[in-house]
Design a protein around this ligand. Structure first.
Ligand code: GLU
Length: 268
């Protein structure tokens, strides 16, 4: 009996080893995402669905609309031709990296800042948009800058955002209340659960366009260059995304999309 265990144990361990390593060899990192996109004529993008201007669900059509969505569509067309399909899956700041790592989406284009911390787990395209962190308050609020944030103030942030980490460093005295997503954070501000909501100025622009009782104060106090995130090990896919970005910069498509979403706001 003992002998059988002795013989079987190494076989069993080997089987377990293969099972486990089988999981990793079948992982997203070893998959050819570009090849799959080309043969299926489809790229699945993670986008926000609760951020006016970048990615917002149009209830009437059921489609997500915004700057990030249009850039994703333009890149898809560049990469796969006119028949190429851009599919969209809703992500939040907290879920975008896990969904990418799990292979639910091929790329993230969701107001995502390129940071060294995130570079440890994903790769980024060139930056395609420059934002900066700012504060949203009700008109007439006594908070006018980051210096007004002290132990008596509550700052709303979104989980998994750079804004959450930055504000803890820049206003360490303030109370920080973390929300699941942008819509929830804005609703909490309106309900008086916090004195201010902090995230990127460009995102806050979408909120003041929706409700003029709110305003952006305090200038910008960080740099938030947005990048498209892809899984590590997808060099070909990333290179093609960057080439497509270059093309839409050069042929004017990027400017058209920018003007569509931000043109009117800038002339105000
Ligand atoms: N750009 C910032 C970030 O990537 C804030 C906006 C967001 O979370 O989408 O964390």
């Amino acid at each position: 009996m003992k002998k059988i265990v002795k013989i079987l144990l190494p076989i069993f361990s080997l089987a377990v080893f293969y099972l486990l390593s089988g999981c990793s060899s079948g992982s997203v990192a070893s998959e050819d995402v570009l090849g799959r996109a080309e043969s299926s004529d489809r790229i699945t993008w993670g986008v926000k669905a609760d951020q006016r201007l970048f990615g917002l669900m149009n209830i009437a059509t059921g489609e997500i609309e915004g700057f990030d969505v249009d850039i994703a569509k333009a890149i898809t067309e560049e990469m796969l031709g006119e028949g190429g399909q851009a599919e969209f899956v809703e992500v939040t700041s907290k879920t975008r990296i896990p969904l990418l790592k799990n292979g639910n989406i091929d790329a993230v284009i969701a107001t995502m800042t390129i940071t060294e911390e995130r570079r440890k787990v994903v790769d980024f395209s060139e930056s395609y948009f420059e934002a900066g962190q700012s504060l949203l308050v009700e008109q007439g609020s006594s908070i006018q800058s980051i210096d007004d944030l002290d132990a008596s103030t509550t700052v709303l942030v979104v989980k998994g955002s750079t804004s959450a980490a930055n504000i803890r460093e820049l206003a360490p005295e303030a109370n920080v209340l973390e929300m699941e997503n942008m819509a929830e954070a804005f609703t909490a501000l309106k309900a008086g659960q916090g004195d201010t909501f902090t995230t990127d100025n460009a995102i806050l622009l979408g909120m003041i366009a929706e409700d003029p009782n709110y305003t952006i104060v305090g200038g910008t106090f960080t740099n938030e260059p947005y990048g498209i995130a892809v899984n590590k090990g997808q060099e070909d896919f990333l290179m093609t995304v960057n080439e497509a970005l270059d093309t839409i910069w050069e042929n004017g498509t990027y400017d058209e999309i920018y003007d569509k979403w931000f043109g009117e706001l800038e002339s105000q």
